[in-house]
Design a protein around this ligand. Structure first.
Ligand code: APR
Length: 275
C-alpha cells in the first residue's frame, strides 16, 4: 500500500468519530448487477417502453402503477439472482472490526450489503431497498415484498392477477409501492436517514467512497462536507468522478482508480488489523 494511503488511514483511525463507507452501484457491478449510467446501465437501456428515468418517478407510478411495478419486479429478480462479491464481504469484515465506530451509507437498493452480513442498525439505505414495499410514505407500513411473488420476472413478464392481489396489501385493498426513492421525491429522515447521514459526514474521521458517479444529492453533500472539513477521504472508482476530483490535490484524500474488488480488501485488511 502506498505510504500516502497508509498515512490517511492512520489519520482516520487516530481521530475521533465514525468511519463512514459510502457505496453506489459500482460495488455491485462485480456481482453482475448493471449500474445506472454505465454502458448496460438501467438509465442507459431502461425499460422496453419508457425512458428509463421516467419509470423511476411518483408521477409514472400514479399514471401506470402496474408498468412501474413490473419493472421493479424485474429489477428485483436481477438483484435476487446476484450474490455479494469480495468487496461486499470486505465491508462486513470492516463492520465486525470497527463495531459502533462503523457506518455504511448505501445508494444501492439491491440489498446485497445486508445479504453479505452488514447489520441494519449500521446500514443506511438512503435510496430504499427493492426487497421492500410500503403504503404511501408511512414508514410503519414498510414490509418485505411477498416471496410468493417470485424471482423469475423478466423484462416482458406480464403483471398478473396474483401479483396485483399480493401487492394490494394497503388499507382498503390499495396497491402498495416499491420502497425506493424516486427522482421526483425528496430524502427524509424516517425512510432514508437524511439528517443522520449529514450528521455522520460532519463527525466522520474517515470516509471511503466506492463505486459511485456522484449523480445524486445526499451522497454529494456527504462528500462535500467531509472534503471541506479536510477529513481523510479514500475514493475507489473505475472512472474519475466528482468524488475523485474532490480528493485530487487536496492533501487529505486518495483516488484508487479501478475495481472495488481489487482496491477495497487491502484497505479493509489494514484498518481491521489496527482497529
Ligand atoms: N468497481 C468500482 N467502481 C465501479 C465498478 C467497479 N467494479 N464498476 C463501475 N464502477 C463505477 C463507475 O465508474 C461509475 O462511476 O461506479 C459508478 C456507477 O455510477 P452510476 O451507474 O451512476 O451509479 P450510482 O452512482 O450508484 O447512481 C446513484 O443514481 O439513479 C440514481 O438511485 C439511483 O442510487 C442510484 C444513484
Amino acid at each position: 500500500m502506498e505510504p500516502e494511503q497508509q498515512r490517511l488511514l492512520d489519520r482516520g483511525l487516530a481521530a475521533e468519530g465514525p468511519i463512514v463507507v459510502l457505496t453506489g452501484a459500482g460495488i455491485s457491478a462485480e456481482s453482475g448487477i448493471p449500474t445506472f449510467r454505465g454502458e448496460d446501465g438501467y438509465w442507459t437501456v431502461g425499460s422496453k417502453n419508457f425512458h428509463p428515468t421516467e419509470m423511476a418517478t411518483q408521477a409514472a407510478f400514479r399514471r401506470m402503477p402496474e408498468e412501474v411495478w413490473r419493472w421493479y419486479l424485474y429489477r428485483r429478480s436481477v438483484c435476487r439472482r446476484a450474490d455479494p462479491n469480495p468487496a461486499h464481504h470486505a465491508i462486513v469484515q470492516l463492520e465486525r472490526a470497527l463495531g459502533d465506530r462503523f457506518l455504511l451509507l448505501t445508494q444501492n437498493v439491491d440489498g446485497l450489503h445486508l445479504r453479505a452480513g452488514n447489520t441494519l442498525e449500521r446500514t443506511y439505505q438512503i435510496h430504499g431497498n427493492i426487497d421492500y414495499l410500503r403504503c404511501g410514505d408511512a414508514p410503519e407500513s414498510l414490509q418485505p415484498v411477498p416471496l410468493e411473488i417470485g424471482e423469475q420476472w423478466g423484462k416482458d413478464s406480464p403483471f398478473t392477477e396474483e401479483a396485483r392481489a399480493l401487492l394490494s396489501c394497503c388499507e382498503g385493498g390499495r396497491l402498495s409501492r416499491p420502497h425506493v426513492l424516486w427522482f421526483d421525491e425528496y430524502y427524509d429522515e424516517a425512510l432514508f436517514h437524511f439528517e443522520s447521514s449529514i450528521h455522520a459526514a460532519a463527525q466522520a474521521s474517515l470516509l471511503i467512497v466506492i463505486g459511485t458517479s456522484g449523480s445524486t444529492n445526499l451522497p454529494m453533500q456527504v462528500g462535500t462536507i467531509v472534503a471541506r472539513r479536510g477529513a481523510p477521504m479514500i475514493v475507489i472508482n473505475r472512472d474519475p468522478s466528482p468524488f475523485s476530483r474532490m480528493v485530487e490535490g487536496s492533501g487529505s484524500g486518495w483516488f484508487a482508480e479501478g475495481k472495488a474488488g481489487d482496491h477495497l480488501p487491502p484497505i479493509v485488511e489494514y484498518l481491521a488489523e489496527r482497529a
